[in-house]
Design a protein around this ligand. Sequence first.
Ligand SMILES: Nc1nc2c(ncn2[C@@H]2O[C@H](COP(=O)(O)OP(=O)(O)OP(=O)(O)O)[C@@H](O)[C@H]2O)c(=O)[nH]1
Ligand SMILES: [Mg+2]
Length: 329
Amino acid sequence: MSFFKRLKDKLTASSDSISEKFKDGLVKTRDNFSNKINDLVSRYRTVDEDFFEELEEILIQADVGFETVMELVEELKMEVKKRNLKDPGDVQSVISEKLIEIYESGEENLNTLNIQEDALTVILFVGVNGVGKTTTIGKLAHKFKSEGKNVLLAAGDTFRAGAIEQLEVWGERVGVDVIKQAEGSDPAAVMYDAVQAARSRKVDILLCDTAGRLQNKVNLMKELEKIKRVIEREIPGAPHEVLLVLDATTGQNALVQAKTFKEATDVSGIVLSKLDGTAKGGIVLAIRNEMNIPVKFVGLGEKMDDLQVFDPEKYVYGLFSDAIEKAED
Ligand SMILES: Nc1nc2c(ncn2[C@@H]2O[C@H](COP(=O)(O)OP(=O)(O)OP(=O)(O)O)[C@@H](O)[C@H]2O)c(=O)[nH]1
Ligand SMILES: [Mg+2]
């Protein structure tokens, strides 16, 4: 049975609407990347060197990342040889299979969060300005709240005008409280307050917003370190997650940001926002493979329920949904 057919059966059996969210959110990438692959497959009669060269080009255009593309194509060549595949049409399914394999590379539970049972979990959000930190916090607050958790937000962006109000709007929308101080105050002090409040109110999850821009980058990194130290001092082992938010529409620049933040704070996972806004959704693979940091969530739109746990199988379904839906034994 082909990989596409197995994936189809699996996703149909679980009949979840989340696969559909990935399908809708990846429409731009599907139009760009997957249609080019369809076209490639229909133009070639045999799988030869030229075929692989064109495939490499398509993958690089989709921001899959140079190293990842080389690795993927190497594996594909071996697989094609091993299975003695001649028809380019059969290769499409193998590409998807390899995409998932490379993403998971033997590790399990890549997308789970380090949530404390019966204790406070602190999650810190970092990332440059405009990537979607505050929006992601709002969406995640909604998600946790609908799971019955007691959630609190900390307004740690005291630098940008309007940032505190923006978080408060999300707080009202979702129905959770926000701990804040005046604009311009020390964000580490806000975090201190927020941790105390979270403790006395028996909060389950504290989500901490931070600034994306200060006077300069060095200041920003120093401030993040200080925020982290204060949280750590108050709660040993916290923050339990440091989530770096990256904007998928910035392409390879997202990788540069990931390197900078990884050096300054121990980033434990990535939220890739605005995946719906790019035709180059291959960036998920580049981040995972070249930074070795798992993508825990993806943003597939601006609405409250548009944040999804990243799942490589659903992602591949989003990329190749047309072929997968048509797959037969
Ligand atoms: N289409 C789409 N838009 C998104 C997504 N996530 C965030 N946005 C939009 O991106 C813009 C910036 O989001 P913010 O949450 O304000 O970004 P931020 O990182 O907090 O920015 P600063 O506070 O300036 O550092 C907003 O207009 C959001 O609606 C997403 O997954 N998809
Ligand atoms: Mg913000």
